[in-house]
Write a protein that binds this ligand. Structure first.
Ligand code: P1T
Length: 395
C-alpha cells in the first residue's frame, strides 16, 4: 500500500470491541491481570499502552521499518539511542545539528566517558577520517538543523557497515513522507514527532524506528527502564496528526519552494538555504535521496543583527517561536533560540551566523506568506535607508 493509505490504516483498524473507527485513548495506568504475571498483552502503561502501540505500528509503517518506539520527546528518543553505548565508546556526529542534541552529547553523555567527534556533513570522507576503533555510532541529521545541509546517507552507511558501526539518522526535517533513511542503509531513524509528524504544534513527542530485532529489544528495554514514554493523549494526537502527513508535506513544500525562489531574488537577502534551489550545494543529492525538499528555509539578510531583529519584529503571519513543522508558519533566530546551547565560537565555526533566520513554512496561502515577507523586508530595507532610530516604518 502507498504512504497515504498506510498513514490512515496501519495500526489503526476499528476497535474490535466497540467498532470505534478511531483508536481509543486508553487513559489507564495499569491493566487487570487474569492471574499473577498472566495478562492480555498489557500490564503497566509505562511498559505498554494500546494507544501508544497503535502509534508505534503506524510510525514503523511510515518509515518502512519493522519496529518503532514512541517517546515523550525527540530528545528522549535521541537519549535512548545514545544510551545504547557504554563508557569509552565514541560517536561521530554531523557538525550541523539541533542544539539540544549537541547539549546532550557534550553535557550529559560526555560525563559518562562517551566522546563525540564532529564531521563535515557535506563530506562523507570526513566521517571516515573521524572514525576510531571505539566508534559505535554515527549520528546525522539530513536536512540539517538549522543550515539545511544534505548528508549522503548511503555513502555514510556503506562506510559504517564495514566497521560494524550503527548509523542513526534524525529524519525530523524531511519527515517520513520525503525520506526513508532505513531504505538508504541507515540502522536507526529518529524523529521529533513534535514537528511534521504530529504537525499541529500541540504536543512534544519523539520516535525511534529500526529493522534489527536485537537493536529493537535493547531500545525497548531502555524505553521502559528509563521511562520517557508519551501519555495516551499525546500518542492519540500524534496518530491524528500523521493521518494527514502526506497532504501537509506537499503543501509545506509547495509554499517553501515558492518562498525560497522569491527570497533568493530579493535585494535585501544575502543568502537562502533551501535544498530545493538549484543553487544549493546539496540540491542534486537531495533530489536523489529525498522525494521532496521539505518546508524549512534558512535565510541571511543583508545588514546587521539590528536589521534582522527589525525584520523579525515586523513579521505578522510568521510567529517568532522555537519549533517547526506545524501547519502555522514560524520564524526563529537559531543563535539566540534553538542553538543557543552551542557556544558562539562553535556556532560560527559551523556556519551558523548570529543573523541566521530560520523559517518553518506553514500551509497557509502562499501569496499571504509572501506578502508578509515582502512587508517585513521592505520595512527593513527602508529602515536601512536612514530613518531615525525608532521611527515607525510606513509602507
Ligand atoms: O523538541 P523535541 O521533541 O525534544 O525534539 C528535539 C529535536 C530533535 N531533532 C531535531 C532535528 C530537532 O529539530 C529537535 C527539536 N528542535 C526544535 C525545537 C527546533 O526548533 O529546532
Amino acid at each position: 500500500m502507498k504512504f497515504e493509505t498506510r498513514a490512515i490504516h496501519d495500526g489503526q483498524a476499528p476497535d474490535p470491541v466497540t467498532g470505534a473507527v478511531t483508536v481509543p485513548v486508553f487513559q489507564t495506568s495499569t491493566f487487570q491481570q487474569d492471574a499473577p504475571g498472566r495478562h492480555r498483552g498489557y500490564e503497566y502503561a509505562r511498559t505498554g499502552n494500546p494507544t501508544r502501540s497503535a502509534l508505534e505500528t503506524a510510525l514503523a509503517s511510515l518509515e518502512g521499518g519493522k519496529h518503532a518506539l514512541a517517546f515523550s520527546s525527540g530528545v528522549a528518543a535521541t537519549n535512548a539511542v545514545f544510551s545504547l553505548l557504554k563508557q569509552g565508546d565514541h560517536i561521530v556526529a554531523g557538525d550541523d545539528l539541533y542544539g539540544g542534541t549537541y547539549r546532550l552529547l557534550e553535557r550529559v553523555f560526555s560525563k559518562w566517558g562517551i566522546t563525540t567527534t564532529y564531521a563535515d556533513g557535506g563530506d562523507p570522507e570526513s566521517f571516515r577520517r573521524a572514525m576510531r576503533s571505539s566508534t559505535r555510532l554515527v549520528w546525522v541529521e539530513t536536512p540539517t538543523n538549522p543550515l539545511l545541509k544534505i548528508v549522503d546517507i548511503k555513502a555514510i552507511a556503506k562506510e559504517s557497515r564495514n566497521r560494524n558501526v550503527l548509523v542513526a539518522v534524525d529524519n525530523t526535517f524531511a519527515s517520513p513522507f520525503f525520506q526513508n533513511p532505513l531504505s538508504l542503509g541507515a540502522d536507526i531513524v529518529v524523529h521529533s514527532t513534535t514537528k511534521y509528524i504530529a504537525g499541529h504544534s500541540d504536543l512534544v513527542g519523539g520516535a525511534v524506528v529500526v529493522n534489527d530485532d536485537e537493536v529493537y529489544r535493547e531500545l525497548k528495554f531502555l524505553q521502559n527502564a528509563a521511562g520517557a514514554v508519551p501519555g495516551p493523549w499525546d500518542a492519540w494526537l500524534t496518530l491524528r496528526g500523521l493521518k494527514t502527513l502526506a497532504v501537509r508535506m506537499k503543501a509545506h513544500e509547495e509554499n517553501a519552494l515558492f518562498l525560497a525562489n522569491f527570497l533568493s531574488r530579493h535585494p535585501g537577502v544575502k543568502r537562502v538555504h533551501y535544498p530545493g534551489l538549484k543553487s544549493h550545494p546539496g540540491h542534486r543529492l537531495a533530489a536523489r535521496q529525498m522525494s521532496g525538499f521539505g518546508g524549512m528555509i534558512g535565510l541571511e539578510l543583508k545588514g546587521s543583527l539590528k536589521e534582522t531583529d527589525r525584520f523579525l519584529s515586523r513579521l505578522k503571519l510568521f510567529t517568532l517561536a522555537e519549533s517547526l513543522g506545524g501547519v502555522e508558519s514560524l520564524v526563529s533566530n537559531p543563535a539566540r533560540m534553538t542553538h543557543a546551547s552551542i557556544p558562539r565560537q562553535q556556532r560560527l565555526a559551523r556556519g551558523i551566523a548570529d543573523t541566521l533566520v530560520r523559517l518553518s513554512v506553514g500551509i497557509e496561502n502562499k501569496a499571504d506568506l509572501k506578502e508578509d515577507l515582502v512587508q517585513a523586508l521592505s520595512g527593513e530595507t527602508a529602515a536601512r535607508g536612514g530613518l531615525p532610530k525608532g521611527s515607525p516604518v510606513y509602507l
